[in-house]
Structures are given as structure tokens and as C-alpha cells.
Design a protein around this ligand. Structure first.
Ligand SMILES: N[C@H](CCC[C@H](N)C(=O)O)C(=O)O
Length: 290
């Protein structure tokens, strides 16, 4: 199998061009190639396919073989792949995902290669049942009229946390940590998995831990459903901007500072859509027996 290894601010995936050939057992292949010792090493596998509703189709798998419905860092790399490999000559095009069709705009460098990608990530989903969140497994859910989950209480491993939940086509729980600690010292490996599999999240959850630096800058670490800690999560950055704005802690545009780099996120309230802008990088190409 020919592949291209790419990363979006350190969130790295193995990309396979399936516009002409099909890949069987993608879930098993995702587990194999993601292994950082016995495989290529990645946060998962992304297949680029033809679509009859958009210019391309992105099929995404986490490192544990589970299929993801949307991947923000991944879709930026899909945009770079299809342009740099001349699968399209457009600078603006659409990519179908399990969470709907996304519109992407690329910026190219002086060699004609994509350096920056702007993605219209669509509207944030805030109603508990659509995220989904089972509010019966939150502590004293406030029974908001709008059925949202904003600054509610969740008990994880006997400790209570305030949580705000947002879907960007995939579920996210956002938790705020105070600025007295260095975010790198937060015990993510211990707490992340307990959020991921908490009964409040029937489809599991991606969990972002946020420090509010000021109303234009947020520090973020993330424990991803199906992949564990990643250096960045595009949908998570979008969900975190929305959650933090809903909690009155940041503007509708902010820079998310992740371990792997920065993402600029805007919540266009008029259109009610989230715009994400960030880089996409090709690391190497290769072949592997699968
Ligand atoms: N783990 C996520 C998919 C990858 C999302 C992330 N890598 C991004 O950039 O949005 C899920 O199962 O919902």
C-alpha cells in the first residue's frame, strides 16, 4: 500500500489515495499503521475517496480502528494532498465527511504547494441529545430550557469537574484548568481515558483541557477518543472556542495554542459557522505491506 504521512500541527495521520483503488479492512489497517513501534506511527488513517456529492470524500479512522466522523487537522491535510498531487486544480473545493460537506480554501507557497488551509467547519451542535450527552449521568443537571450542556457538573473518579459539551460532528467535552499550573503538568493520561469512557457519553468523547490566557488566547491539551493524547485536535479547537465563548471567557475569535502549534478559530455568529485556519504538512511518502 502506497501512503503519504502528513501532519496538521503535530496531529499526524497516514493518508491513502483511494480515488482509484479501494482499501479493504481499513479499520485493521488503521490499527497496524498507527503503531509507533511496529507500524508507521500515526494518530490514525485517512482515506481520500471520490464522492458523488462533493469534490472528494474523507474517510477517517482513529488509531484504535474506530471510525471518526470528522477530523479538522486531517481535512486540512486532505486539501493539501489533493492539490499537491494534482487531483484538483481548484483553490476552493468541497470534501464530504460523515459529518456533512465542508468547504475548504487553500493558500499556496512560491513553489505552488499548499501551505495554509481555511475550513468552514459548519455550525456547532449544542443540544445534549445531538452531541450526544446523557444528562442523567451528569451531577444535578440544571435542566436548561435549551437542553445545552454549559458549565454543568460531571463526577469523574470521585472528583467533580465543570464541563461544557459541543459537537463539531464529533463529541467534545471541554474542561477548564486554572492558570496556576503549567498545562504540560496536567495528569492527562490518568484523567483523559476516564472522561473518554464516562457513562455521560454514550458514543465516548474527545476531551479538551483549556487554560484561558486572555480573551483571544487559549492553551489546550486534548485526550482524543480512539487515539489518546494527540498534539492537536482541529474539531476540539473549534469546540473549545465555542464552549469558552459560551462561558463568556473569550471573544468569538481566538488563537488556540496546542502542544503541536496554533490554530486560529472564528465563530461567525451571523452565519453560525466555525472557521478554522491552519497549516498542513507532508512529512514523507512510502509503501507498506498490509
Ligand atoms: N478522535 C476524533 C477524530 C479525530 C479528530 C481530530 N484529530 C481533529 O483534528 O479534529 C473522534 O473520534 O471524534
Amino acid at each position: 500500500m502506497k501512503f503519504t504521512k502528513m501532519q496538521g500541527i503535530g496531529n499526524d495521520y497516514v493518508y491513502v489515495d483511494c480515488t482509484k483503488t479501494e482499501l479493504k479492512n481499513a479499520s485493521e489497517v488503521a490499527i497496524k499503521v498507527s503503531d509507533r513501534h511496529f507500524g508507521i506511527g500515526s494518530d490514525g488513517l485517512i482515506l481520500i475517496k471520490k464522492s458523488d456529492k462533493a469534490d472528494f470524500y474523507m474517510e477517517m479512522y482513529n488509531a484504535d480502528g474506530s471510525q471518526g466522523k470528522m477530523c479538522g487537522n486531517g481535512i486540512r491535510c486532505v486539501a493539501k494532498y489533493v492539490c499537491d498531487n494534482k487531483l484538483t486544480d481548484k483553490d476552493e473545493f468541497s470534501v464530504e465527511t460523515l459529518s456533512g460537506i465542508k468547504i475548504l480554501k487553500v493558500r499556496k507557497d512560491d513553489k505552488g504547494l499548499v501551505s495554509l488551509v481555511k475550513v468552514d467547519m459548519g455550525a456547532p451542535i449544542l443540544e445534549a441529545s445531538e452531541i450526544p450527552v446523557d444528562v442523567n449521568n451528569l451531577k444535578n443537571y440544571s435542566n436548561r430550557e435549551d437542553k445545552r450542556v454549559i458549565d454543568e457538573t460531571i463526577e469523574v473518579d470521585g472528583k467533580q469537574y465543570k464541563v461544557t459539551c459541543v459537537s463539531m460532528g464529533n463529541p467534545h467535552a471541554i474542561v477548564y484548568i486554572d492558570n496556576t499550573i503549567d498545562i504540560k503538568d496536567f495528569p492527562l493520561e490518568e484523567i483523559g481515558p476516564k472522561f473518554e469512557c464516562h457513562p455521560a457519553f454514550p458514543e465516548k468523547v474527545n476531551t479538551e483541557f483549556i487554560q484561558v490566557v486572555d480573551n483571544k488566547n487559549l492553551n489546550m491539551r486534548v485526550w482524543e477518543r480512539g487515539s489518546g493524547e494527540t498534539l492537536a485536535c482541529g474539531t476540539g479547537a473549534c469546540a473549545s472556542l465555542v464552549a469558552t465563548n459560551l462561558n463568556g471567557l473569550c471573544d468569538s475569535n481566538a488563537t488556540l495554542h496546542l502542544l503541536g502549534g496554533d490554530l486560529n478559530i472564528t465563530w461567525d455568529k451571523e452565519e453560525n459557522t466555525i472557521i478554522m485556519q491552519g497549516p498542513a504538512t507532508t512529512v514523507f511518502t512510502g509503501e507498506i505491506e498490509v
